[in-house]
Each structure stands twice: as C-alpha cells, then as structure tokens.
Design a protein around this ligand. Structure first.
Ligand code: THU
Length: 130
C-alpha cells in the first residue's frame, strides 16, 4: 500500500532525478524513482547516445540501479518528463518492469507535480514471460 504522501515524494524525487538526464539529442529530459518493497528508493534518468538506438530510458536506469544495489521487489515507480505532458513508459520499459512486478503502481507525473496512476498490468496486458 503506497500512501498519498509517498506517491508525492516519489514524484518529487523523479523531478529532481530529471535534472541529471543526459539528453543532448532529444532535449527531452526524463527522471524516475522506483520504490522497493524494502522501502528503499532508487533514481534514474534517461541517458542518450550519439548512436541513438543505444539510449536508455529513465525508468530502466532506475530499475537497473535498484537491481544492481540488491533490490528486486518493487512497489511503485514514478516517471516525470519535460514539458506539459505525461511521459508514459515506453513499451520496452513496460516489459522490463513487468519482469519484476506486474502489479507495480506506475505514477506518471508532470514537472508541476500533478500525476496520474495506473497498475503496470493494465499498461502491459499479457506481458511476455518465460
Ligand atoms: N524516454 C524516457 O526516458 N522514458 C520514457 O518513458 C519515454 C522516453 C526518453 C528516451 C529519450 O532519451 C527521450 O526520452 C526522447 O525519446
């Protein structure tokens, strides 16, 4: 159960993480904060590359940051992009998150702190699993 206070905190952390984005090509900065079931929060930002296809989204960076720090069980993830729009996770990120927790709460925010929420399983029905 993620409290309203915790949701707002995750959005604020994602907004801060967005400032670290490396996005010289798209100029579209994205930040993310993922909450582990152990209460720990890990941040990520998008990291672009001259070879555009090697770009990694903020959500995956946050998740990989968590996993590489020993956290594999997740409660929620927040993502905030630039501008006045909701940057929903792309298909690749949905599948990567799905690997770990299909019931994860996904908070999609704007830089002004307003956000929408969805369950991951509603964003990626019938996600792939081996
Ligand atoms: N991006 C993310 O970081 N997360 C998303 O959910 C959508 C897209 C990044 C990738 C790229 O650096 C930039 O946004 C423009 O596509």
């Amino acid at each position: 159960m993620v409290t309203e206070t915790k949701k707002r905190e995750l959005i604020e952390l994602a907004i801060r993480a967005k400032e670290r984005a490396y996005a010289p090509y798209s100029k579209f900065k994205v930040g993310s904060a993922i909450l582990g079931k152990n209460g720990r929060v890990f941040l990520g930002c998008n990291v672009e590359n001259s070879s555009y296809g090697l770009t990694v989204c903020a959500e995956r960076v946050a998740l990989y940051n968590a996993v590489s720090n020993g956290c594999k069980n997740f409660e929620a993830i927040a993502v905030v992009g630039d501008g006045d729009c909701y940057a929903f996770p792309c298909g690749a990120c949905r599948q990567v998150l799905y690997e770990f927790e299909e019931d994860m709460l996904v908070l999609v925010g704007k830089p002004d702190g307003t956000f929408l929420e969805q369950r991951l399983k509603d964003l990626i029905p019938f996600g792939f699993r081996l």
